[in-house]
Design a protein around this ligand. Sequence first.
Ligand code: PLP
Length: 414
Amino acid sequence: MDDHLWLPYSQMKTAMKPLRVASTSGSRITLDDGRVLIDGIASWWTACHGYNHPHIAACVSRQLAAMPHVMFGGLTHAPAEQLAARLAALLPGDLDRVFFSDSGSVSVEVAIKMATQYWLNRGVRDRHRLIAFHGGYHGDTLGTMAVCDPEEGMHSLFAGVLPRHHLCRLPTDEASHAVFDAFLDRHAHEVAAILIEPLVQGAGGMRFHAASVLSRLRASADRHGVLLILDEVFTGFGRTGTLFACEQAGIVPDIITLSKALTGGTMGLAATVARRHVFEAFWNDDPSAALMHGPTFMANPLACAAANASLDLFEREDRLGQAAVIADQLAAELEPCRALPSVLDVRVRGAIGVVQLTLPVDLDGLKRRLVAAGVWVRPFRDIVYLTPALTIDTASLSRLTAAITAALSSTSAA
Ligand code: PLP
């Protein structure tokens, strides 16, 4: 093991030795030792067009020659202006004011800050709590840890030092919606916003909910005058079958967060996009009503160029059609896993295929068998999932589903 790196989510003393990557291309990861793995998770859901897409590479190279970076305070540039205008045109309703940052967690932090200050700027001092949901995940920073699932979100150690918000059960039927509405009746006076990952709660356990859950939440938020924030850091850009998950519910959130596939997996960039009425709460002669946030690498021109190129590809190539084909193939090819004794559930939503295991299983052994089969998949807890590039070919996807099926067939308890 390298003596200087500190790896994510790893007990460095006991973790499996990480694999060293030499290069990437399409849905392939080539290791230093020459082995080639098919990537089943598109580098944490970012590389939606596959790795090293030539159009993105060309646009980033052109931008690199012109201006790799310039500060965004008091200055702006064409790649950011273009990208903001394109996002505003693609997003539903009047979500048209774009605040850039550099990671998904920070985009959620900004959304929380925006929602809280929205009320302060309107002279309402008590609305400083968020409602988030069990099973949710919104990032690893202190602010976002406070709105993750308290037990499953990897952050229970920090419970004592985090801001206190309301963590509710996600209402999914008449009875639980009634409970949720009763909760809002009691607490809306202190609530700035409801925060949810729409359609799929990803890192918290790949749990799916119906689009109607979101329309009911929109209605509840409206009834109680609370803002609705959708965290589309994972679901944005085609992953659930539509460009944005909120389209399936026909709702417009007050604030939406985007990252991950925004640059086609090329580099870090995130956006927090607000509706007009949210922006208007900050439009004031009073300097203290301004949004006091500004990451140094905000709207980095290279990242904006990559994101603009990624949007070109969504326009030119049928990514949503590809997501639909992937969904059908995942459903057909993962279904046999359901019969395995180590498997509790199999589910597919858009280009997301999930096999949920009966706990506990030997995860390290499972990971080793998957790599030995020539695939890169990263199971966590009781979840083995596939979120491939939307451009993956049928044969490569079949190799991924076959590797998972074979590995789970020989999986024993931990
Ligand atoms: N929100 C959601 C829904 C996510 O899935 C993630 C990361 O997985 C984040 C926020 C945090 O993003 P980042 O890791 O870029 O900070």
